[in-house]
Design a protein around this ligand. Sequence first.
Ligand code: ZN
Length: 250
Amino acid sequence: MNIVRVWEGTEVVFSIRFNKRQKRIIIRPSDTRRFLVTAPRSASRAMIGTVIDEHAHDLMKMEPPIDVLEEMIRTGNALVFGETRRLVFSESVREPANTTSCLHVREGAQGQRKKALKKQFNTMLDATLSPVKHTLLRRLRLHDDDVEIGYRLMKSRFGSCNAVRKRITLNTELVHYPRRCSIYVLAHELAHLIHPDHSSRFKATLAGLVEDSEQTDRMMKTLRAHLLAGRFECFSETAASWRDQTRRTT
Ligand SMILES: [Zn+2]
């Protein structure tokens, strides 16, 4: 279902998707003059139209998100666990010898750099999270072998949990954020293996796994806004000051 508006003489399309787990109407730019609207099932077309019109002024100013991997390749700067690294593609890299200033990525076949970069990011994320997964599962008294973690690029979520198949999917994008963010998302999704909702029991379980969930959640929203707008420098500065802050208080 689409809603169309004409703003300043140009047609703007709002594609609407319903999501039964959602409580509010969320509108975000998906492309030039295109928006994606996700709404709870109870929201009517008229209701969504009203929300769009009420926020027209702010929506008009919003930019569509950038393709983060393409932007990193273009600028030669990669964000890895909250820090900026110079991105170097080379044919000879087998086991990437990575330093704190450079990220070496093996040149992709036929110049498929984006694919090569994504693969490497998934590997790095897994290397960080695999050991954590064991610890978290032990705390949840769940068996390790049953739970599988997959990584892929996701547009609107950091992670998802299929409690029946015991499969967690994490967004490749998490590799850009400070480590505690990806650990928080993993813990959050693992806690969903026990509680499917966000009830107080879920929150209590999550609190037993990681500290400061809500603060981390808020910080990730701020960081994500920087990331999707291509403000990589703001991203790493914000991540660094947050790291210093949490270091002082813990
Ligand atoms: Zn959740």
